[in-house]
Design a protein around this ligand. Structure first.
Ligand SMILES: Cc1ncc(COP(=O)(O)O)c(C=O)c1O
Length: 378
């Protein structure tokens, strides 16, 4: 039996089958030990078999595995308080959901509700998810997979880094600007403080909402709680997911006070979002980041990666923290395959010359040394 027998044939498969994992290492059915520099698309922030996270999930399963948002539960309140505090106090409420796309869907809904305007402005190269609204603001989705007959609202895209286009495209018809502060799928592309600051200024001037999609860069991956903290540019809303649950499916929409104030009972809804298991996972992720000083580790190890890994096919570095792009002198797919043959898992991106690294925050300098040696060998 092939592992994919009855699964929908929509995902290209890596030529490995994982049966077990620990720390930053994957163990395959055929007995290989593979260094995971991809973290399951940026999800495995704490790596594998993290004791605190594993215990938190087991403990919550032993207490109560599910009650909906209609039933107060302390673990849900703890997770929301912990996450808003972690983000630095700018946001005063959290709406928990199940995925990144769902977080974006709800952020866009809030922007339309608050402004009653017809359009959204996105950024070229962005990825925001596969649902109707999130897909509508994803660059190039219409040509690749969108399939819905039309988008539910007007969308315009700012070319990356184009400051002049900001004032042309963000107008009084704009409900929101949605931007990944560091693009993930687009190729670990750092938007930079100047561009993000200009978006903030223009949105404030035009009365449009600014949404940071931190589904991939958020919850510590930048080396800061959120990229917003790193750039010192605060949006009206942050969406996040991936690392947030370390593999327990969850997402979150963080809202600043004016957004919170515009909420009304039953204005947003979900069955699974905010479930106690997800909340226990979220609490454990933030706890581990804080108690194990993982933000400092991400900053230190990513700096070392930049300083030491311009070797072999690598001609440059981009991105931020552990959303790291290795710019290559040859196709990333080729280098990805060659690294996997040397027991290192890395990812590609929409940019064919960029290899994307999204390792667990527990990655150490000695692991980067293994990557460098493999790259030198190519
Ligand atoms: C920046 C960004 N936003 C949104 C999404 C969609 O998240 P999900 O797959 O959890 O719906 C992704 C997924 O890759 C992403 O990278």
């Amino acid at each position: 039996m092939s592992p994919a027998d009855h699964l929908a044939p929509v995902f290209a498969q890596y030529p490995i089958e994982v049966v077990d994992a620990e720390g930053v290492w994957l163990h395959t059915r055929d007995g290989r030990r593979i260094l995971d520099l991809y973290g399951g698309h940026a999800v495995a922030a704490l790596g594998y078999k993290h004791p605190g996270w594993t215990q938190a999930i087991a403990q919550q399963a032993g207490l109560c595995n599910f009650q909906s948002n209609a039933v107060p539960m302390e673990v849900r309140v703890r997770a929301a308080n912990k996450l808003t505090k972690f983000a630095g106090g700018h946001f005063d409420s959290v709406f928990f959901v199940n995925s990144g796309a769902e977080a974006n869907e709800n952020a866009l809904r809030m922007a339309f509700k608050m402004t009653r305007r017809p359009n959204i402005v996105g950024v070229e190269g962005a990825f925001h998810g596969r649902t109707a609204a999130a897909g509508a603001v994803t660059w190039g989705a219409d040509k690749k997979w969108y399939e819905f007959p039309r988008t539910p609202f007007g969308v315009a895209y700012i070319p990356r880094g184009d400051l002049a286009a900001i004032s042309q495209l963000v107008t009084r018809d704009t409900a929101a600007v949605i931007v990944e502060p560091v693009q993930g799928v687009g190729g670990a592309f750092d938007m930079g403080a100047e561009f993000l600051g200009a978006l903030r200024q223009r949105c404030t001037l035009m009365g449009a909402q600014l949404i940071f999609d931190e589904v991939q860069i958020g919850v510590g991956r930048s080396g800061w709680p959120f990229a917003a903290n790193m750039y010192r540019v605060m949006p009206d809303m942050i969406t996040t997911a991936k690392a947030l649950g370390n593999g327990f499916p969850c997402g979150a929409l963080l809202m600043s006070p004016p957004v919170t104030d515009s909420l009304k009972l039953e204005g947003l809804g979900t069955t699974f979002g905010g479930g106690p298991m997800a909340c226990a996972a979220i609490e454990a992720v933030v706890d581990a980041i804080e108690t194990e000083d993982l933000l400092a580790n991400v900053r230190e190890v990513s700096r070392y990666l930049r300083e030491t890994c311009t070797v072999g096919p690598v001609v440059g570095h981009q991105g931020a923290g552990f959303l790291h792009g290795l710019r290559l002198d040859r196709p990333a797919k080729e280098v990805q395959a060659a690294l996997l043959a040397r027991d290192i898992l890395a990812g590609t991106s929409a940019d064919p010359q960029v290899l994307r690294l999204l390792p667990p925050y527990t990655l150490k300098i000695e692991h980067v040394d293994l990557l460098r040696a493999a790259l030198e060998d190519l």
